[in-house]
Write a protein that binds this ligand. Structure first.
Ligand SMILES: NC(=O)C1=CN([C@@H]2O[C@H](COP(=O)(O)OP(=O)(O)OC[C@H]3O[C@@H](n4cnc5c(N)ncnc54)[C@H](OP(=O)(O)O)[C@@H]3O)[C@@H](O)[C@H]2O)C=CC1
Ligand SMILES: N[C@@H](CC(=O)OP(=O)(O)O)C(=O)O
Length: 369
């Protein structure tokens, strides 16, 4: 990055739960400056402060209050080198494709392109190497692109677990079985989200499509990128070491922070002890940190020794929600090891991951800075 020069970024879905988090984080970013904001036709044409139903604990940054919200059309964002998308999935498919076709670099939170075989699904603290598929995505586009692409980040519950799982695979080799039960915050459903009469004094044991997303996305993220004899790249979905995943998802009356109970079995025997697992988790240093991404957390995985941590109310805002907290690491009498993970679904589960993905793309020269 050239000293003193900032990169113009645009935010689509700027009025939503994830969009507001983007605004809070990007308003103090050392490399990026918010240049344009987009939302639905209901919000377009209004100053941001009138269009948004602001729900953050800190005030709306003064630099964006009077910025007029635009319709999500690429021509309104032509001066942006990077586009962050917090769009509702119903709108994201067509809009993100149009932005890519207009040679804009799109970093999306929506689910629409996560399964595309040429779109990387990147949790930046885990698999930044998947950015290597982008030249193929651009070459296969009609017409071929030189600057436009889409990078997605994962479902928020998937993001929370793959970070400790990647640390375990790095230290102890491939996993072969994974069971996860989630307790997901209300903010995961956007605003206004789940009706209060459904969630207060209650647990809802179903989140549409969530279990399938965790079971599939985990394999794409923890797997590698393979290349055939003709140089064509594809995601291997962890195929060299098949990993079977079962997820059970629940909505609980917590505002922010997804808590997940995880049990794993390792392929290698004998498996590591709980103490070896604790040490490997605490020592995990992702490439994003080593490369110097400014939004990467200081501590990627905070390992708690107390028997009653992590807890969403106590741990979700540590490091601005950029890391994950793990606790209760212990032997599992059925598989090998079990533990609890807490991650901030709106930060590392959404906006923070997109921002670190963009930082990585700048550092690797994928986005022209
Ligand atoms: N909340 C979370 O924890 C996570 C969310 N995600 C994903 O991120 C995305 C955003 O989620 P979230 O912020 O919770 O959702 P919200 O419902 O809070 O916000 C949706 C945003 O999309 C905009 N929008 C809706 N329809 C259109 C349209 N037709 N054209 C342009 N803009 C439109 C809205 O604008 P307006 O205000 O004008 O209606 C709003 O800015 C979703 O795809 C979600 O699945 C991913 C991980 C975690
Ligand atoms: N479904 C998640 C949030 C979300 O929007 O996920 P996705 O981006 O995978 O649709 C939750 O409710 O907590």
């Amino acid at each position: 990055m050239e000293e003193g020069r900032k990169i113009n970024v645009g935010i689509l879905g700027a009025t939503g739960t994830v969009g507001q988090r983007f605004i809070t984080l990007l308003s103090a970013h050392p490399w990026f400056v918010i240049h344009a904001l987009g939302a639905s036709p209901r919000s377009a044409g209004k100053p941001y402060a009138s269009a948004v139903n602001w729900k953050q604990a800190t005030p709306i940054p003064s630099a964006v209050k009077t910025v007029v919200v635009r319709e999500c059309k690429p021509e309104h964002f032509a001066d942006c080198a990077i586009i962050f998308s917090g769009l509702d999935a119903d709108a994201a498919g067509d809009i993100e494709a149009a932005f890519r076709a207009a040679e804009l670099a799109v970093f999306s939170n929506a689910k629409n392109y996560r399964r595309d075989p040429n779109v990387p699904l990147i949790v930046p603290l885990v698999n930044p190497g998947h950015l290597s598929i982008i030249p193929q995505q651009q070459a296969l586009h009609s017409p071929p692109l030189s600057k436009g692409f889409i990078v997605t980040n994962a479902n928020c519950s998937t993001t929370g677990i793959v970070i400790p799982l990647a640390a375990l695979e790095k230290a102890f080799g491939p996993l072969e079985l994974l069971l996860v039960t989630t307790m997901q915050a209300i903010s995961g459903a956007g605003y206004p989200g789940v009706a209060s009469l459904d969630i207060m004094d209650n647990i809802v044991p179903h989140i549409g499509g969530e279990e399938e997303k965790i079971e599939w996305e985990t394999l794409k993220i923890l797997g590698g990128v393979q290349e055939d004899d003709q140089g064509a790249k594809s995601f291997d979905m962890h195929a060299n070491h098949p990993l079977r995943v079962s997820a059970a998802c629940n909505r609980v009356p917590v505002i922010d922070g997804h808590t997940e109970c995880v049990s794993v079995r390792f392929a290698r025997r004998p498996p590591p002890s709980p103490q070896q697992v604790r040490e490997a988790l605490a020592a995990f240093t992702p490439d994003a940190k080593a490369l110097g991404c400014p939004s990467a957390p200081r501590h990627t995985i905070t390992v708690h020794e107390e028997p009653d941590r992590p807890q969403p109310r106590l741990d979700r805002y540590y490091q601005d929600g950029a890391g994950v907290s793990v606790g209760r690491v212990r032997q599992c009498p059925v598989l090998d090891i079990k533990f609890v993970v807490l991650s901030n679904n709106v930060s590392i589960g959404a906006a923070t991951s997109s921002i670190i993905n963009a930082e990585l793309a700048v550092l690797k020269g994928v986005v022209a800075a």
